[in-house]
Design a protein around this ligand. Structure first.
Ligand SMILES: [Zn+2]
Ligand SMILES: [Zn+2]
Length: 272
């Protein structure tokens, strides 16, 4: 099955392995109609992974040039993935994904998707080891911060579960976890309706399902939210990874359409 496009990818401008051109060539080889390039926006707390400040404008100009060059073959989205902990990048991107990789807590930054040890240390230092207090704080902050950011797509909504395989940190079926997640979902839905179904951690074996988890996807559908498929791939070979299974999961949760980016803006296409 060929999918329309992949709308969350990283290149060598941030922490990806391949250049935008290599990503575009790979997308064309796969038969995709669109590719969104969404490197990490500059953020002081994330300097190892984000676009260096000096490359922000050159990257934007290079993506616009590539977009024109590929216009008859591939709709390239000149996008950005911004973090709620970073400054707002005001360049006129085609679209923005907003994510929360860090919980900023009393001056400390807890990165939730870097390493399990770093997450463990953050939960210990900031919450005395109480993982449910951490969960509650993460989702409360997300619910407060994300609506304040101009954004088109909500990025990997429950990324704090990346290292929670077999309930390593908390039980995702526990009412304390689900209540915090669902309250944040409904809070974010007040302003942002389009959530990505992100296969990145799933494809790499960290999770048994994409972000967001199925119980959140069902709640999203019931609340009138929308979905867009993304791989969050950091390499040309990973583009559109896991999309067939992700589309099947979306359908099982009620969705019949996914949003896609086109040269004329976002539109709906049937799922599957
Ligand atoms: Zn991300
Ligand atoms: Zn990403």
């Amino acid at each position: 099955m060929t999918f329309y496009g992949d709308f969350h990818t990283h290149t060598s401008y941030s922490d990806g392995e391949n250049t935008p051109r290599e990503m575009a060539e790979s997308a064309c080889t796969m038969g995709l109609s669109a590719l969104g390039i969404t490197d990490h926006a500059y953020a002081l707390c994330d300097e190892d992974c984000c676009i260096p400040q000096s490359a922000v404008r050159p990257r934007y100009d290079a993506l616009r040039a590539l977009q024109r060059e590929y216009a008859d073959r591939l709709a390239i989205g000149c996008g950005i993935e911004q973090d709620v902990c970073g400054a707002f990048d005001a360049l006129p991107y085609d679209y923005r994904i907003t994510s929360m990789h860090y919980l900023c807590w009393e001056g400390a930054y807890i990165c939730v998707e870097d390493t399990p040890a770093r997450l463990q240390a953050g939960i210990q230092a900031c919450f005395g080891g109480d993982a449910y207090a951490f969960v509650k704080a993460y989702y409360a902050r997300l619910a407060e911060a994300l609506p304040a950011f101009p954004t088109d797509i909500v990025g990997h909504f429950d990324v704090l579960t990346k290292f929670n395989g077999q309930g390593a940190f908390f039980d995702e079926s526990d009412a304390r976890y689900r209540r915090a997640a669902l309250e944040a979902l409904h809070a974010v839905l007040q302003t942002h309706r389009l959530f990505e179904v992100n296969t990145g951690a799933w494809v790499h074996g960290y999770r048994s399902e994409p972000y967001p988890a199925a119980f959140l996807l069902r709640a999203l559908y019931q609340a009138g939210g929308e979905v867009i498929l993304s791989s969050d791939s950091h390499s040309a070979l990973g583009i559109a990874g896991g999309f067939a299974d992700a589309a099947a999961l979306c359908r099982a949760c009620g969705f019949r359409y996914a949003k896609v980016f086109t040269q004329a803006g976002f539109k709906d296409v049937p799922l599957g």
